[in-house]
Ligand binder design. Structure first.
Ligand SMILES: C[S@@+](CC[C@H](N)C(=O)[O-])C[C@H]1O[C@@H](n2cnc3c(N)ncnc32)[C@H](O)[C@@H]1O
Length: 241
């Protein structure tokens, strides 16, 4: 009921704004309004709001993890590109599960982002850290229990330039930094989820993953919009190297 009221008033306000906007601004205003209407009608946005997740992307990780069961109590997780923190929320819930058994081990979650991440109970956060910097890898190693991680997550994305190939290449470069990190800290048998935007270099990324992991596949959860080039590599069973 409340949600419907918020929806109606947003649509009303943005429609009024659009009428009063000068012609040269209307393209951007119209795009902003389309985005707003899409957000308001998106079931994952509503579910995120209802379940107190910081954003709808939580449901991408939930769907992948419900199927492949990577996040187990007691595991140690790194979440790259963690802001605003929805994936870290899911990771904390799953590695620190407080289910039926009180004896379940407690895990650890470290979120890192180039932006500021608001504090999150149960997670250690490295705000203002760039994953492509070696100093970030060293800071992560210092925070990890025994300097080892069981799962590495990356939902990172650069600021989109609008040039599809350029954005693809920039994201692949960031993914390669995540793989360098995995080489340093991932435990044999560990797993990795890594977002990429499809494009010419995707097969290179896949080749490198296949040299590191026994099982590599591409997944596209339902919460990932169909029209988006976004895909995820899911890599399991990190090889002993
Ligand atoms: C799609 S958002 C991640 C959303 C997050 N998974 C969640 O559920 O809240 C992508 C994030 O990648 C971060 N990012 C982009 N470049 C980065 C870099 N070089 N190092 C670390 N984080 C980066 C952005 O700041 C942004 O917060």
């Amino acid at each position: 009921m409340m949600w419907k009221r918020i929806q109606k008033s947003f649509i009303h306000v943005s429609a009024v704004c659009l009428k009063k906007t000068p012609l040269h601004m209307k393209g951007k205003r119209a795009a902003d309004q389309r985005w707003l209407v899409r957000q308001l009608n998106d079931p994952f946005v509503k579910a995120a709001h209802a379940q107190h997740y910081r954003c709808r992307s939580a449901f991408k990780l939930i769907e992948i993890d419900d199927k492949y069961r990577l996040l187990k109590p007691g595991l140690s997780v790194i979440d790259c590109g963690a802001a605003p923190g929805a994936w870290s929320q899911v990771a904390v819930q799953r590695v620190n599960s407080t289910g039926e058994s009180v004896d379940l081990p407690k895990g650890s979650v470290i979120g890192i982002d180039i932006l500021r991440i608001s504090p999150l109970d149960g997670a250690q956060l490295l705000s203002d850290h760039d994953i492509t910097e070696p100093s970030t890898h060293m800071a992560l190693e210092r925070l990890l229990p025994e300097a080892r991680a069981d799962v590495i997550l990356s939902d990172m994305a650069p600021n989109a330039s609008g040039l599809r190939e350029l954005d693809h290449e920039r994201l692949v470069t960031m993914c390669l930094s995540v793989l360098d990190l995995a080489d340093k800290v991932l435990r044999p048998g560990g797993s990795l989820i890594c977002k990429y935007w499809d494009g010419a270099l995707a097969h290179k990324l896949q080749q490198r993953l296949s040299s590191m992991f026994q099982d590599v596949r591409t997944v596209k959860p339902r919460a990932s919009r169909k029209e988006s080039a976004e895909l995820f590599f899911l890599a399991r069973m990190f090889k002993i190297r």
